[in-house]
Write a protein that binds this ligand. Structure first.
Ligand SMILES: Cc1ncc(COP(=O)(O)O)c(C=O)c1O
Length: 398
């Protein structure tokens, strides 16, 4: 049998420590490895497979588009791109879309848009305030935007023009705002940073401050968008609309795509000022259109809200059973379980052996980001496995 792990070590750069598992196919919330062992997938491509693996509407849209037109230059009009943009605009508070290929690229576009806005309307202001513990992507500028020292230090000197301040404290944003500030960029819930949910009025306060200072509010909804937190976009739960929003992960249920959405006021690019060769290609747009349409027409967001709450309740039950669980937090299908010690690695491995994939978001915390289409039955099965593993963990530390 081919040793894929050995070949991976030989040919791929070591940018990640992978789990010892080679996945070969997926269906719904299940995946299978190269030995045909089945797993229940609560990682979901890292909050990407919104409709699960190989959902028929996505596979069909891809197959049909692959036979019709895969890529053209953006010098030409293509129908899937325009249809997707129309669908996104009609179901959000935004007026325009720019399509690209990933979350980091979408955030780069958002920051470029904010800098253009600064040049046009704010006397050349260019600085963007972001938060500590955030995650905005891996490009050089997004590393500077991402308020995590361990991701920044290998790449200093950092791209200038970013200030990282405390999350969930409006005063920190106020103190960092000056005449060079053109925007504030935030995640509505810090996802990679550990699933940190801000207080209910935080975003509204940031919105008010941005209005007062006439600067832009950018929401990075790369992870929280597309129904993940129980509404199509997380901003809809906070009573605060951003000027710019970025999307990626769940937008095409697994096919790479990113989007920058802007209100009229912030729609300031002129032809030639920004672009992406593959951005908005017909193949990715067909998959995204099928995904978004299915989410809207089948109340997938309602499912994420209801079943996500059920997941939260079941996790809370486990918390009452095991004293080393200190907190359960999250919204919809973005949930985390925090431990009082660094045991997440062992729990992830033990779950994997029993057929459940979960994510370690911190050395002492797990994240649950399953496909948005799962029901209580899948949650029950996942909780059964997790309960067994937690009981073994409790016994072994006695
Ligand atoms: C909130 C947020 N923004 C941006 C990114 C980067 O997206 P990508 O990996 O597609 O560049 C991520 C990825 O985890 C994310 O969670």
């Amino acid at each position: 049998m081919t040793d894929w792990h050995k070949l991976e070590q030989k040919y791929l750069m070591h940018t990640i420590d992978r789990l010892p598992l080679t996945l070969v196919r997926g269906q719904g919330a299940k995946v299978w490895d190269d030995k045909d062992k089945e797993y229940l997938d609560f990682v979901g491509g890292l909050a990407v497979n919104s409709l699960g693996h190989c959902h028929p509407v996505v596979s069909q849209a891809l197959a049909e588009q692959a036979k019709t037109l895969i890529q053209t230059s953006n010098h030409f009009y293509t129908i899937p791109q325009i249809r997707l943009a129309e669908l996104l605009v009609q179901n959000s508070c935004f007026d325009k879309v720019f399509l690209c290929n990933s979350g980091a690229e979408a955030n780069e576009g958002a920051v470029k848009l904010a800098r253009r806005f600064g040049k046009l309307y704010l006397n050349g202001a260019f600085e963007v305030i972001t938060t500590l513990n955030s995650f905005h992507g891996r490009t050089l500028a997004m590393v500077a935007a991402t308020g995590q020292k361990k991701l920044q230090e290998p790449y200093t000197p950092l791209v200038s023009g970013f200030v990282n301040v405390e999350y969930n404290r409006i005063e920190a944003i106020k103190e960092a705002t000056n005449s060079q500030t053109c925007a504030v960029m935030l995640e509505p819930i810090q996802a990679e940073g550990g699933v940190n949910v801000p207080s209910k009025d935080y975003l509204r306060k940031v919105r008010d401050w941005c209005d007062q200072k006439k600067i832009l509010l950018i929401l990075d909804e790369v992870q929280t968008g597309m129904g993940r937190t129980g509404t199509l976009f997380a901003y809809q739960q906070y009573g605060a609309e951003p000027d710019i929003m970025t999307l990626a992960k769940g937008l095409a249920s697994g096919v790479p795509i990113g989007a920058v959405m802007a209100k009229k006021k912030a729609d300031v690019f002129k032809a030639g000022e920004h672009g992406a060769t593959f951005g908005g290609n017909p193949l990715a747009c067909a998959a995204a259109y099928a995904t978004v349409k299915f989410i809207i027409e089948n109340d997938v967001t309602g499912n994420a809200e209801r079943v996500g709450q059920y997941l939260n309740k079941r996790l809370e039950e486990l918390k009452t059973e095991f004293d080393f669980i200190v907190e359960v937090r999250g919204r919809g299908f973005l949930q985390a379980m925090q431990f009082n010690k660094d045991i997440a690695d062992g729990i992830v491995m033990a779950c994997l052996q029993k057929g459940l994939l979960v994510n370690k978001v911190k050395p002492n915390a797990l994240r649950f980001i399953p496909p948005l289409i799962i029901g209580e039955k899948e949650v029950d099965r996942a909780m059964e496995i997790l309960q067994e593993v937690l009981a073994e963990t409790a016994n072994s530390s006695r």
